[in-house]
Design a protein around this ligand. Structure first.
Ligand SMILES: Cc1cc2nc3c(=O)[nH]c(=O)nc-3n(C[C@H](O)[C@H](O)[C@H](O)COP(=O)(O)OP(=O)(O)OC[C@H]3O[C@@H](n4cnc5c(N)ncnc54)[C@H](O)[C@@H]3O)c2cc1C
Length: 640
């Protein structure tokens, strides 16, 4: 019997050995009066049962129908979306499994599992079909977000010791979402506003009774045919407020009468025809004074939306992982059977090299995804304990320190997970297709479907360029906040890179050093450009000019190289996670060695590009504000 969990050795390593379930279980099962497990081991065994059952379900009930899912598209009829038969059947079966609420608390009808377990399920589901997975996530993802927002705005009443939920504001919506009765969605994008949410035009107005209404059109909304929409709209008239003029709302696209018939408060304008991702519904939806409930405070919409998106970005990492795994396995199987010039193609050097890199990149991506999701979840759950005032002062202080560390880590890693995962999925799907030759271009094998499906991953939930800007901005901000600390780290990393006790230590440090050194190079350029621009500023205004920093104007070199820097940051982060792993699991050293071999070569190339390209383009782009003459740092190059 096929099973996407038990046939995956690396995934089983994380489940059985690497993940510290005990710590998670201690935080999740916080209530001794309502803990169904006699021991943490019993909880882990239960999670494993769920995972094994799900691994088999997706392998047998979804993967064999991937082609059918791809061929049957959702359509709009009489203002409602008709879901194709196969997808309907899959979702009926998923409803029976009752997993939509697995990470929700038991008091709300969920199973109270760690979120990490759900993330692991995302991988195996996406291996079967990434688009159906994406659709699936809009039950639990929206339910969890509503609960989280309600806790933040203090409309959830919890027991202060156990954390058990007594009452919560969006209880009805959560119940319907996790029962699989209704869908939810996240509505940001408009025709004029994708990455640049400051351009949003949808409007939220309050009447004399204090009730809110939303008007506007949102496009490309996944699962937007559903009932519960988390919508971001402009609530403040002052145009200078930009992102601070946005608020977040829950809009019910329709309600139901007693017979269950829909009473619509919104209009579905179209179902989008897409290149791939046919198992998920994508719509344009119009709101015309649709009744809305404000979530959180007025003006906090962007901040709240980012919180939701952060988790969604980690999920895209796991989605990407599943797609990569599927493409790699498909390519490997084909290559082992396809003969050419006297041997099967997997024995030809170039194909063997491609397969080897695909494999090691997947192993690296999984390490990064699990580390990020684990730290993010621990930080969130510890934060909840502190918010409830659980434990004495010393305990809370120690907890706060732990939260700060893990938050910083997950904040740094989240854009990398999204970037690396989605970009690798395109690269690996493309290679899978290439390895199939002409067969890959035909629909028969499914390789071209994987490539089509992969192409949306670097676009939705924030494009690769937006992730790169976030990663770059964050890393440079940390440097500006503690420049001395940064310089010390740079030199200690360099010493480790040349004098570390063994080759693995030296290579891991060398990759990190390239990231740090590239950052120093960019900062030096930014400062030099600013200094150079002084020549055109009248002497009385120079101090003011030096104090006035504008990201768009002054940070051009970092903005130009953000994606290259992000690639180095990804390789550095993965190398470090794998390096740490071998302290406890020395048998994994060969994975680290294979990763370092690849990452060393590619980070060197990226580093060289950052040092030596871009000057001409920046001069063209910023005509009139000439940059100072280029001065490459030869010492840096020698060290790289
Ligand atoms: C299948 C699918 C499902 C989707 N589901 C949803 C959903 O559920 N909810 C929702 O709200 N939206 C959804 N979207 C929309 C998606 O989030 C946006 O497409 C995405 O945010 C990019 O916005 P855009 O398409 O307007 O591109 P733009 O923002 O116009 O960007 C175009 C290009 O310019 C680049 N770019 C933009 N700004 C910069 C910059 N400052 N520096 C460098 N490069 C830049 C981008 O990276 C991109 O390559 C979905 C899209 C698709 C395709």
């Amino acid at each position: 019997m096929a099973n996407f969990f038990t046939d995956n050795e690396d995934l089983q390593f994380y489940f059985d050995k690497a993940i510290k379930w005990d710590k998670l279980i201690e935080l999740v099962e916080n209530n001794p009066d309502d803990n169904p497990y006699e021991s943490p081991q019993e909880a882990v065994d239960t999670f494993k049962d769920i995972f094994e059952m799900f691994g088999q379900f997706v392998a047998e009930e979804i993967a064999p129908y991937a082609e059918e899912i791809d061929r049957q598209h959702p359509r709009l009829e009489n203002g409602e979306v008709i879901i194709p038969e196969r997808v309907e059947k899959i979702f009926a079966a998923l409803k029976e499994l009752d997993l939509h609420g697995m990470a929700l608390p038991r008091e709300l009808g969920g199973m109270n599992t760690p979120l990490l377990l759900y993330s692991l399920l995302i991988e195996v589901f996406s291996r079967a079909d990434v688009s159906t997975m994406s659709h699936f996530s809009f039950h639990q993802g929206i339910a969890l977000s509503l609960l989280f927002y309600s806790i933040l705005e203090d409309t959830t009443e919890m027991d202060s010791e156990t954390g058990a939920i007594k009452e919560t504001r969006f209880k009805d919506a959560i119940a319907k979402l996790i029962a699989g009765e209704e869908w939810g969605s996240m509505d940001l994008t408009e025709a004029h506003a994708g990455s640049d949410l400051a351009q949003l035009r949808s409007k939220a107005e309050q009447d004399e009774n204090g009730d809110w209404f939303v008007t506007g059109t949102k496009i490309w909304i996944t699962s937007g045919h559903g009932r519960y929409h988390i919508v971001i709209a402009r609530s403040e008239d002052d145009p200078d407020l930009g992102l601070d003029g946005l608020s977040l709302y829950l809009v019910e696209a329709f309600t139901r009468d007693e017979q269950g018939n829909k009473i619509r408060h919104t209009t579905l304008d179209r179902v989008d025809e897409k290149l791939g991702h046919h198992g998920s519904v994508t719509v344009a939806i119009s709101f015309d004074r649709s009744p809305a409930q404000l979530i959180g405070k007025r003006g906090d919409g962007f901040k709240l939306m980012l919180m939701l998106m952060n988790n969604a970005r980690i999920s895209v990492g796991f989605e990407s992982l599943g797609l990569c795994e599927s493409a790699y396995r498909m390519a490997k199987e084909f290559a082992a059977e396809r003969p050419a010039m006297g041997k099967t193609i997997d024995k030809h050097e170039m194909i063997a090299d491609m397969l080897d890199e695909m494999d090691v990149d997947i192993l690296g991506l999984r390490a990064l995804c699990v580390d990020t999701a684990y730290n993010e979840e621990i930080a969130r759950r510890l934060d909840m304990q502190n918010k409830r005032g659980q434990g004495d002062e010393a305990t809370q202080k120690a907890r706060s320190k732990d939260i700060r560390y893990r938050r910083k880590r997950s904040r740094m890693l989240t854009p990398l997970v999204k970037y690396y995962g989605s970009e690798k999925s395109v690269q690996i799907a493309r290679r899978c297709m290439q390895i199939h030759g002409g067969s890959g271009y035909m629909t028969e094998y499914g390789a071209e479907k994987l490539l089509r499906d992969s192409l949306v991953l670097p676009i939705y939930e924030g494009t690769s360029q937006i992730q790169s800007l976030m990663a770059t901005k964050d890393s440079l901000q940390f440097i500006f906040a503690d420049f001395t600390g940064f310089m010390q780290r740079l030199s200690s990393t360099r010493i480790k890179a040349s004098m570390g006790s063994d080759k693995r230590t030296r290579m891991t440090a060398k990759i990190r050093w390239r990231a740090l050194s590239a950052q120093r190079h960019l900062i030096t350029k930014i400062i030099a450009n600013k200094g150079w621009a002084l020549k055109d500023i009248p002497s009385g205004q120079r101090m003011a000019f030096l104090k006035d920093w504008d990201a768009k104007r002054d940070f051009a070199p970092a903005l130009l190289h953000a994606e290259r820097l992000t690639r180095i940051l990804c390789d550095a982060a993965i190398a470090e996670v794998l390096f740490k792993q071998i302290e406890q699991f020395p048998e994994r050293a060969s994975i680290l060695d294979r990763f370092l071999e690849r990452a060393d070569a590619r980070t060197q190339a990226m580093y060289y590009e950052i040092l030596h390209t871009g000057e001409r383009l920046l001069n063209d782009l910023h005509e009139g504000s000439q940059n100072p003459p280029e001065a490459a740092n030869e010492n840096d190059e020698a060290a790289a």
